[in-house]
Ligand binder design. Structure first.
Ligand code: YSA
Length: 328
């Protein structure tokens, strides 16, 4: 009988099956219970003997059930642990690491170049007053040059700066010459947006003021920047132009090879000139001279990296952004 019980107990694959076996053997109508009840029909001596034997079997069955119960619990735990096992040899999930935007890289490169030439980097407010954006830069209220720099106004009469030049006067008001500064920053214009014009873009401004600073210094500074950015001996060109806050004024360009077409041509970078006496007057300066220049960072970045449309910089399209991960 004990062998039969042992076989059934061992065959129970889970706690529920084991409970069924236990009931079959030890329950109210179980085999051992019925055997015990059957003792009543025996005479006292045989009953004592048979009772002892059945009780031994009963204890063995109880012990076997208990042992199997513990064994099943151990197996269950081992199964659960196996299911939760982490395979450390699997390749890790590929998270996106992000990257620095091409415009930020180009700006940082420019700032490195200017820092190495001894320029201090300063920044100014994007929300400006008419005074700093126009008036102090020698744009009188009705001057037609204002039309080229239409912008967005707040109800209290301030405006989103159209260029980084307002920092010229702000800086001069709080510093004494001589100095060399560069001002990177975001600027805004109410433009008809197209492949080369955005309503929000970036400029970099340089301002150098001291005694006897001349146009030759301006020429040299632009040459140094071009050499550092595009290689020693890069040709640069200044052509006469008009900006109210310089006299004389010029547009500057560098000679370079277009990476897509392979053609050599002039790349217009921005405006420059000798700081106008009226600007020095607005800043409270006397007996100094200086030069300034400013240019668009997007336009500069577009050409060497072959970005055909300025709007691509701001569309957050990963197919575009990923191409410049390794740039610079
Ligand atoms: C001129 C003389 C100085 O002594 C100092 C600075 C300057 C530059 C002047 N403040 C200025 O903003 N001139 S600009 O209107 O001709 O713009 C300069 C550059 O900004 C352009 O050459 C172009 O590269 C870029 N730019 C202008 N409008 C743009 C633009 N880039 C993208 N989108 C636009 N809408």
């Amino acid at each position: 009988m004990i062998d039969e019980a042992r076989a059934e107990i061992q065959a129970a694959e889970d706690a529920r099956a084991l409970q069924d076996v236990r009931v079959r053997w030890l329950g109210k109508k179980g085999r051992i219970t019925l055997e015990l009840k059957g003792l009543a029909t025996l005479d006292p001596d045989a009953r004592r003997e048979a009772g002892r034997e059945i009780n031994v079997v009963k204890q063995q069955v109880e012990a076997l059930v208990e042992a199997r119960k513990e064994e099943l619990a151990r197996l269950e735990l081992a199964r659960a642990l196996a299911a939760e096992r982490v395979d450390v040899t699997l390749p890790a999930a590929q998270g996106s690491s992000g990257g620095v935007h091409l415009l930020t890289k180009v700006t940082n490169r420019l700032l490195d170049v200017f820092a190495s030439l001894g320029y201090e980097v300063v920044t100014g407010p994007e929300l400006e007053t008419d005074h700093y954006n126009f008036e102090a830069l020698n744009f009188p209220p009705e001057h037609p040059a204002r039309d080229e720099q239409d912008t967005f106004w707040t109800e209290d009469g301030r405006l989103l700066r159209t260029h980084t030049s307002p920092m010229q006067v702000r800086y001069m008001e709080t510093h004494e010459p001589p100095f060399k500064v560069v001002v990177p920053g975001k600027v805004f214009r109410n433009e008809a947006v197209d492949a080369t014009h955005e309503a929000q873009f970036h400029q970099l401004e340089a301002l150098v003021v001291g005694e006897r600073i001349t146009m030759a210094d301006l020429r040299g500074a632009i040459q140094e920047m071009a050499d550092a950015l595009f290689g020693e001996g890069t040709r640069t060109r200044l052509q006469p132009s008009f900006f109210p806050f310089v006299e004389p004024g010029a547009e500057f360009a560098i000679w370079w090879t277009h990476p897509k077409t392979g053609r050599e041509e002039w790349l217009e970078l921005g405006g420059c000139g000798m700081v106008h006496p009226n600007v020095f007057k607005a800043a409270g300066y006397e007996n100094v001279t200086g030069f300034a220049f400013g240019f668009g960072i997007e336009r500069l970045a577009m050409v060497p990296y072959g970005v055909p449309d300025i709007r691509w910089f701001y569309q957050s399209d990963l197919r575009v952004l990923r191409q410049f991960r390794g740039a610079l």
